[in-house]
Design a protein around this ligand. Structure first.
Ligand SMILES: *Cc1c(COP(=O)(O)O)cnc(C)c1O
Length: 418
């Protein structure tokens, strides 16, 4: 199986059976109580709660284990734990690995709800958080490490601003100091193999491309080492983490078509990104596969492709209201949080990003685009008409940086789902 290409793995993984006799797909099992032949059996089997075995509903069913095996195929590593949401895939390993008086390093470009969890729950429980510039150098990272630094966190590319990080460098410095490298690898599903680059704990919001149809909320945490697995599994069970088997079953179904969806969405997104880069209204395109994106060289070195999510920065003469007028006028792009579904979305991001280290300011209003499965030419036509609306909104006075500075003060005002 190990020499099979990715598409083949997706069709073979978690099947029952692979060739003959029985239905192709794993069963959808709902359950709480599991029955045992005797009291002695119950005591014996109950000792194995950290194993992926049908012991009690909370510990997982055949459906959960099938999805866990599938995600392990996609991410690499050795074990996976399914949790209730992408955000839980971040909070569960943090709570499982950290204790009070520990210190963690978080990229300034981290997903907003991750930052909120750090500043609320972790702060209350006595864990100190330092936010770092996602593009920092190796000596600068070394200078931030403390004797109690237990986790270096990476999200690459960064939320909304798409900085691609030097993950092998983060791993090297973290490991030198006895810390773990956690990575939110949602953007890099299939195109970044976290365990080949030194990541210890890889996080996926299955809500995005694995689900693929904007109809589930689900997360996965994958690890490579047995001792990390013991911490993670015990932490998830102790926290009462559970996901609906119905959602797991939908995620398994979504995973079968991951490659074809991702390929088409990534191809369309790159074409649209290049088209936007040539428009006079656009100052900069934040797509990791283009040299205009911070950390593009790391993307080129470490990733095998991209996905359908990227950002653009408009010229400073267009303000937030102008961008909203453009987005409101689009016919094919919905206005909403999340991404990875089959449909396109557009989200003005200036009001949803929070930065404490002054990173991610590109000098213009920003828009995040999630490219769906619509025909790429229809999407380009829609954006072209939107840019005409945008041009009609161009401000006439005060087109220079002071105005922009006023607007940037609003950054961080709202920090809802993204
Ligand atoms: C969406 C997202 C999450 C959270 O996923 P939910 O299932 O919505 O909780 C986490 N990280 C990243 C990078 C995301 O885009």
């Amino acid at each position: 199986m190990s020499n099979d290409r990715f598409e083949t793995k997706l069709t073979l993984a978690s099947r029952r059976p692979v060739k003959s006799h029985g239905y192709v797909n794993p069963k959808l099992v709902r359950g709480s109580t599991v029955l045992y032949p005797s009291c002695a059996d119950r005591r014996e089997i109950g000792k194995r709660r950290l194993e992926q075995e049908e012991i009690y509903g909370l510990y997982g069913t055949e459906t959960h284990f099938a999805l866990e095996a599938m995600i392990t195929q996609i991410e690499g590593g050795s074990h996976c734990q399914i949790v209730s949401s992408g955000l839980a895939a971040i909070t569960v390993p943090m709570l499982a690995f950290l204790k009070s008086h520990d210190h963690i390093l978080m990229p300034d470009s981290v997903y907003g709800p991750t930052r909120r969890f750090c500043d609320s729950v972790l702060h209350r429980y006595g864990v100190t958080v330092t936010y770092y510039d996602p593009m920092l150098s190796e000596p600068d990272l070394r200078a931030l490490m403390r004797s109690n630094t237990k986790v270096v966190f990476s999200e690459s590319p960064g939320s909304h601003t798409f900085e691609v990080q030097d993950v092998p460098m983060l791993a090297r410095v973290a490991h030198e100091h006895g810390a773990k490298l956690f990575m939110d690898n949602t953007w890099g599903i299939h195109t970044f193999q976290p365990f080949n680059h030194g990541v210890d704990v890889s996080i996926q919001a299955l809500t995005k491309y694995i689900g693929g149809h904007s109809d589930i909320i689900l997360g996965a945490v994958t690890v490579a080492s047995e001792s990390d697995w013991a911490w993670l599994r015990a932490g998830a069970l102790d926290l009462g983490q559970y996901a609906s088997p119905d959602d797991c079953w939908l995620a398994l179904r979504g995973a079968r078509t991951l490659k074809v969806r991702l390929d088409q969405q990534a191809n369309s997104a790159l074409r649209i990104a290049k088209w936007l880069a040539d428009r006079a209204e656009v100052q900069r395109v934040l797509h990791p596969a283009l040299p205009s994106c911070p950390g593009h060289a790391f993307w080129k070195r470490d990733f095998s492709g991209a996905c359908g999510l990227f950002g653009i920065v408009f010229e400073p003469r267009f303000d937030y209201e102008a961008v909203c007028a453009m987005v409101d006028s689009l016919r094919l792009f919905g206005i909403g949080a999340s991404w990875g579904g089959y449909e396109s979305l557009a989200l003005p991001t200036s009001f949803t990003i929070t930065r404490s280290q002054g990173t991610g300011v590109f000098g213009g209003e920003m828009l995040r685009l999630q490219i769906g499965l619509e025909h790429v030419d229809d999407l380009i036509n829609d954006l072209d008409a939107g840019l005409t609306v945008l041009r009609g909104q161009q401000r006439t006075a005060c087109a220079s940086p002071p105005c922009l500075a006023d607007e940037m003060q609003h950054i961080g005002e709202a920090n809802g789902p993204q």
